[in-house]
Design a protein around this ligand. Structure first.
Ligand code: APR
Length: 242
């Protein structure tokens, strides 16, 4: 396979790599994506499950949905795509900016992961400042805070801002990278889909790994119509052997 021929000539100049990842990178670990053929938002209405209004309307329903996803995610293992990115740290500076809440990059051993949309392991109070990590699959429904109010998953829902400290770091890292690899994201959700623009302003090489076309495919220097578990190990082998 010669998927990454483009970067072979420039490999010596690539010091900092940023990965922007989305649900597609975990698809081969058995976690469904949101859009596309088997996407969650085909069978479920995002506005009824992933907004604060939906949560206040029916916290029990939302928590049941999250419990089911926690079970699925906790049982999942990182695939060859996650593992390849983790291995790449041995050869070059790597940071992952992920929209995923599943923690599989960390499970694979990656040390620099910024979770743009929060984490399914984390919970927070809807009223006070309480935050925690809960590693069991099931939470009693609806979980209550010591202050008496309802706890919610510490994830970013539609209409909510990203954690600002993480987002500012993501912008800076994207603006400073030499190569950005965008894997498994439809790039339809803002503001994460603006990160490639910051990389482009720094004249970084942009590579998209996605079996399907995305809104930004035409902006890429290289598009690989392949799955991340197939393509990413080859990227690592180039850095390993050069
Ligand atoms: N390898 C690489 N890409 C894949 C694979 C695979 N094995 N399988 C599917 N894909 C691609 C799909 O073609 C699609 O473009 O992954 C992309 C997944 O897109 P989405 O389901 O839209 O996921 P994502 O981009 O992460 O969504 C962004 O939307 O609902 C919100 O908060 C949620 O973080 C999520 C955000």
């Amino acid at each position: 396979m010669k998927m990454f021929e483009l970067i072979k000539d420039q490999i010596k100049e690539i010091k900092k790599i940023v990965f922007v990842t989305g649900a597609g990178i975990s698809q081969e670990s058995g976690i469904p994506t949101f859009r596309g053929k088997d996407g969650l938002w085909r069978n479920y209405d995002a506005m009824k499950l992933a907004t604060i209004d939906a949560f206040y309307e029916n916290p029990k329903l939302i928590w049941e949905w999250y419990n089911e996803r926690r079970c699925n995610i906790f049982a999942a293992s990182p695939n060859q795509g996650h593992k390849a990115i983790a291995e790449l740290e041995k050869y070059v500076e790597v940071v992952i900016l992920t929209q995923n809440i599943d923690g599989l990059h960390q499970k694979a051993g990656s040390s620099k992961v910024l979770e743009l949309h929060g984490s399914i392991v984390k919970i927070k109070c809807t009223v006070c400042d309480f935050k925690d990590e809960i590693v069991t699959e099931f939470l009693e429904i609806p979980p209550l805070c010591k202050c008496g109010n309802i706890l919610r998953p510490n994830v970013v829902w539609f209409g909510e801002s990203l954690p600002q400290d993480i987002w500012q770091k993501a912008i800076i890292l994207s603006s400073q990278c030499d190569l950005m690899v965008i894997a498994g994201t439809s790039l339809v959700v803002s503001p994460a889909n603006t990160l490639p623009i910051y990389a482009k302003q720094n004249h970084a090489i942009l590579i998209e790994i996605n079996p399907e076309k995305t809104e930004m495919s035409s902006e890429m220097d290289l598009v690989l119509r392949n799955t991340s578990a197939n393509a990413l190990p080859e990227l690592v082998s180039i850095f390993k052997n050069n």
